[in-house]
Design a protein around this ligand. Structure first.
Ligand code: FES
Length: 179
């Protein structure tokens, strides 16, 4: 997974995307879950990453409105929350496909054909370009840096699932088998 400044820009918003009014995430059961998490940390700020993860788990991405809610709940500024959110590719700042596909294209995988795997995913999903979501909303494909499985090129992550030794043929099969 790629970490670093600007990493969040790998995903691009749909051309017709307009952010809807934010409805609170931390209500009812989710608020109780957050309170349990908060009880494990010395400060509210320390719970920022799991709080953002809860938002993404609930909504599929972290909107500006959600960042403001997290800031309010954790007594932080919205700018601070946005800074942290935008630092990690694991947090989506735009809607992404149901199946979020990350392909390692760092040099060891690249020389083993990772670019062909990327192209197979782009073609089979209909995404067309890296970072865009397919017209049916099912897939988003991005390139990432070393996934730590250099001996099993090409490794791919689809949401939380890790798949090694992906070839273009396997990539096409993976796409057809997803709902
Ligand atoms: S370079 Fe691809 S997993 Fe390490």
């Amino acid at each position: 997974m790629t970490y670093g400044p600007n990493a969040g820009s790998l995903v691009r918003p749909p051309a017709d995307h307009h952010e809807e009014a934010h409805t609170p995430v931390f209500v009812g059961e989710r608020r109780e879950q957050l309170d349990v998490i908060l009880s494990r940390y010395p400060t509210k700020m320390a719970a920022l990453l799991p709080a953002l993860w809860m938002v993404q788990d609930a909504r599929g991405w972290v909107s500006e409105g959600a960042m403001e809610e997290v800031a309010a709940v954790l007594d932080l500024t919205p700018a601070y929350v946005k800074g942290v959110t935008s630092f990690y590719t694991m947090y989506h700042q735009h809607p992404v496909g149901k199946h979020f596909i990350q392909v390692c294209t760092t040099t060891p995988c690249n020389v083993c054909g990772a670019e062909d795997v990327v192209q197979a995913f782009l073609d089979a999903t209909g995404c067309g370009e890296l970072g865009l979501t397919s017209p049916d909303g099912r897939f988003t494909v991005i390139e990432v840096e070393c996934l730590g499985a250099c001996g099993f090129a090409t490794p791919v992550m689809i949401n939380d699932e890790f798949i090694e030794s992906v070839t273009p043929e396997l990539a096409r099969r993976i796409v057809t088998e997803r709902d």
